[in-house]
Design a protein around this ligand. Structure first.
Ligand code: G3P
Length: 219
């Protein structure tokens, strides 16, 4: 499963990339606005930090023409950009056209299995299914992941199911169990993936025993 960082903060990307396990970055208009810098400069800096991964950057137009215009512009900034387009009839029509032109699309704001099917049929590279926002309203976000993964497998679509709106490490575990292709998460959740109290206790014990015995690696 690929691990993406969901952020508009360049510094978070820089720190996470040092771990060597980041396969890409996703942004959205809210995350870019929170980060407080210009859209293009932010996206370009993130692209340079993950040259072998993809960076999803979102359009804000809502008509087919606006989406196409913005998507072509954003895609021209760097070869590793995937254009994020919301799941609307206009978004699906634009996605169909852009994929014919060779521009990769991350279809976002997908909440239901039928929306996932339409995104796959339009040729989306990634289908971003939001889980946390569904859990927030007392429903099961992971149900759509299960359906979307099965749909892609049943019909041999090339789209990858991207688990978005992740809130905690158990969302990542569930994504893994269901065979999702990608999980995108905030920096804090990625940091939490490393943590286990028994690792800390175990490491401390190894070091204490080693030092007490006066051992050395370099003699
Ligand atoms: O980028 C899409 C998604 O990951 C947003 O998550 O936490 O705003 O629901 P959230």
């Amino acid at each position: 499963m690929k691990l993406f960082l969901d952020t508009g903060k360049v510094e978070e990307v820089r720190r996470a990339v040092e771990w060597g396990i980041v396969d890409g970055v996703t942004t959205n208009p809210s995350l870019i606005a929170q980060a407080g810098r210009g859209f293009k400069e932010t996206v370009l800096e993130i692209c340079s930090l993950v040259p072998h991964g993809t960076v999803s950057a979102e359009v804000v137009g809502t008509s087919v023409d606006e989406i196409l215009r913005e998507a072509r512009e954003i895609a021209s900034w760097a070869p590793n950009i995937v254009v994020k387009i919301p799941m609307t009839p206009a978004g699906v029509a634009a996605t169909r056209q852009l994929t014919r032109e060779g521009i990769r699309v991350n279809m976002t704001l997908v909440f239901s299995p039928t929306q996932a099917l339409l995104a796959a049929k339009a040729g989306a590279t990634y289908i971003s299914v939001f889980v946390g926002r569904v859990d927030d309203v007392s429903s099961e976000g992971m149900r759509t992941i299960e359906d979307a993964v099965r749909m892609v497998q049943n019909y041999g679509f090339t789209s990858e199911v991207l688990v978005a709106s992740i809130r905690h490490p158990m969302h990542v575990v569930e994504a893994m169990r269901l065979g999702a292709h990608i999980a995108t998460m905030p920096f804090k959740v990625m940091e939490q993936l490393f943590q286990h109290p028994l690792t800390d206790i175990g490491l401390q014990r190894f070091l204490d025993d080693w030092h007490k015995a006066g051992l050395k690696i370099f003699e």
